[in-house]
Design a protein around this ligand. Structure first.
Ligand code: PLP
Length: 367
């Protein structure tokens, strides 16, 4: 029985270690470690990949979301305490960014089938103070952006996409992160495109917003030592930018492999206690996460571990049950059920067919 880690970063990195070491060595020898050529080059590459006019590289995904909201806040004259709708099922950063920007996150429920923000529930969150919505392309699956942007436009709301889990996912051939006013990415090592440290990016077609985000990420400076805004310090260092530029070469291949593994899971998993994601459809998601549903989640997780297979839960608590955002009155039954039933299988692009089959067999023998 082979041990299968949930996600083995060493294994992923070793496949390309000589190219990555060369990229790092070039930066080390260059004498320039911040705000240099590598950051600019990656910004150009990422804007082209996502399909937006502008990309601003920043320190991490939480900063990307925070800066996006700060820039909109400034441009559109929002007030302290104005509200932003977020799905209750997401990583905490989505809502923390709202709070950091001086706004109030309001939690909407998600869809039963896909775990993505549900517009009927979002409709119930609307008040006179609602200013924006943050669709999260959770697990790598794109939200239906044409519907969401039209819904938001009719209500005068801004759209910030949280694409931290969905590098390269598309709707109608167009990448997520290019549909909203602003799209935000994380390059945390475990994401589909991951740095060897922290990194993030903000994408937009608006030059005004791009300039605002660049200033806010650079101490609120409009020119050197002239500080117009209470900004922050958030930048992508040259080492990470060079590593990410190198890694974009393998990104399409890795996404294809994730989809192949998802396809194999979808065909192979046959257990009446377990539901597979998206009815087994694999062409939409980039499968950052392969989210099973099982009402006996803890027992399944223990069973898989006995068979050498590590799994994780994304996420055990919906936002309104998190201590930091706890709201006893709030009832979001579908998010709560996802949180109690979801189990994430390993889906690293390096997994072999044999390993995938070992995982399938272990699930199928769960009683
Ligand atoms: C990872 C993640 C973030 C935050 O990214 P960091 O780079 O870790 O700050 C935000 N939103 C979602 C949905 C994420 O998965």
């Amino acid at each position: 029985m082979k041990h299968i880690a949930y996600y083995d970063l060493a294994r992923l990195t070793h496949a390309h270690s000589s190219a990555l070491k060369e990229a790092a060595a070039r930066v080390i020898d260059s004498g320039r470690y911040l705000r240099g050529e590598c950051e600019r080059e990656f910004e150009k590459k990422w804007a082209t990949f996502v399909g937006t006019k502008h990309c601003v590289a920043v320190g991490n995904g939480l900063d990307a979301l925070t800066l996006a909201l700060m820039a909109l806040n400034r441009q559109r004259g929002w007030q302290q305490g104005d509200e932003v709708i977020v799905p209750a099922l997401t990583f905490v950063a989505t809502a923390l960014a709202v709070a950091r920007a001086g706004l109030v996150p309001v939690m909407a429920d998600v869809g039963e089938a896909d775990g993505l923000i549900d517009l009927d529930s979002a409709e119930h969150c609307l008040t006179s103070r609602t200013r924006a919505i943050i669709p999260v392309h959770l697990y790598g699956a794109p939200c239906p952006m044409p519907v969401i942007t039209e819904w938001a436009r009719q209500r005068g709301l801004s759209v910030v996409e949280d694409a931290a889990q969905a590098h390269g996912a598309t709707v109608g051939g167009r990448c997520v992160g290019s549909w909203g006013d602003i799209g935000c990415f994380s390059f945390y090592p475990g994401k589909n495109l991951g740095a060897l440290g922290d990194g993030g990016a903000v994408c937009t077609n608006s030059e005004t917003l791009a300039i605002a985000i660049r200033q806010l990420a650079n101490y609120g400076a409009t020119e050197k030592y002239v500080h117009q805004w209470q900004g922050m310090n958030s930048r992508m260092d040259e080492l990470q930018a060079a590593i990410l530029t190198a890694k974009t070469k393998w990104q399409d291949g890795e996404t294809r492999r994730r989809r192949e593994i998802a396809e194999r899971y979808g065909q192979g998993i046959r257990n009446p206690k377990v539901r597979i994601p998206y009815g087994g459809q694999t062409e939409q998601s980039v499968f950052h996460i392969y989210p099973l549903r099982c009402p006996e989640r803890e027992a399944l997780q223990a069973h898989l571990l006995e068979h050498g297979i590590e799994t994780l839960v994304h996420y055990p608590l919906p936002l309104h049950k998190q201590p930091v955002f706890f709201n006893a009155e709030c009832r979001l039954p579908r998010s709560e059920r996802w949180a109690s039933e979801e189990l994430s299988l390993p889906i690293g692009p390096y997994l072999t067919d044999q390993e995938t089959d070992q995982i399938i067999e272990a699930i199928n023998t769960f009683k």
